[in-house]
Design a protein around this ligand. Sequence first.
Ligand code: ZN
Length: 365
Amino acid sequence: MKKTILLLLLIVAAVQLKAQTGKTQNVVIVTLDGFRWQELYRGADSALINSKFTEDRKGIEKKYWAVTAEERRKLLLPFIWSVLAQNGQLYGDRDLGNHDEVANPYHFSYPGYNEIFTGFPDVRMNTNDPITNPNQNVLEFLNKQKGFENKVAVFSSWERFPQILNVNRSGLLVNSGYMDFTAANANDRLKYLNELQHKAPYYLGDSTRIDFLTYEFGKEYLKQYKPRVLYLAFDETDDLAHAGNYQFYLDRVHQEDGFIRELWQYLQSDPQYKNKTTLIITCDHGRGDAPLEKWRDHGSDVVHSEQTWFAVIGPDTPALGIIKTPTTTYHKQLAQTIAKLLGFDFKANAGHEGGEAIGSVTDHK
Ligand SMILES: [Zn+2]
């Protein structure tokens, strides 16, 4: 009798444990470096189109201009404003009173990516130099969990990610900048990308890879190796904004929206991923907005560059569309949100302070 009761209790406990974990078995993260919430929610900006930052006004208007913000943003980011907006969630639309921010005081890349992946806006991370990050990150944590070993991979345009994600300690696969992909069993397409990337023009300098190559590497890796966690870090939006080229800034993000559409279509066509994968899209920092030329810049001295956004679509995330509640989410919450979607507690095991998971993302109804 006692044994039967114990067995029943165990079954109840197991069922409860199962009920607490969601449907997400894989996570894909995409970052668009320094892409502003202003263009995400309002589309192309008429003040910038009619400024010295636009050379071909007619050309940009033909592609991205419409009377309402709703129409403009859909022209700029058709995937985000169709599939994702209808089936996922979007945070940081300040025109509707919802705020998303970085918690770190610096508003540039290394501190921003450190915050996203460690959950800790560590004030020591105040440089873009190649210093090794002492903090454990959520990708490293996941890579140690049962069923995730060597199933976590990162492809980035910016060459700084091996330090940000501390590959020497974490052992993560981080393919950054113009690094070749050297696994012995790599398929022909990956080998060809190794060849191609050294022949493509070095528009972002000798070290930072142009984004379509990063995307192609990530996509081919996904197809051959089927990781459970994949992170793609794009860079061009930030570079083109610094260069003061508004048309190219919009063109790059428009094309990246297309990459994300292709990625999502693949994920939804493959049995390992279909309806079991959460996709999170975000950025590492915002940019200025006043005076007008501050759109090029970001940093602690650039007003409003802490203002960011993120978007998410997946089987555990209710399809609420644009979040309109007067709340503020912080990027330090994303690490625990990612872990929780996969049924893990990173915060308790990180070895440092960290943000709470964002309940409206993880708590499926
Ligand atoms: Zn920048």
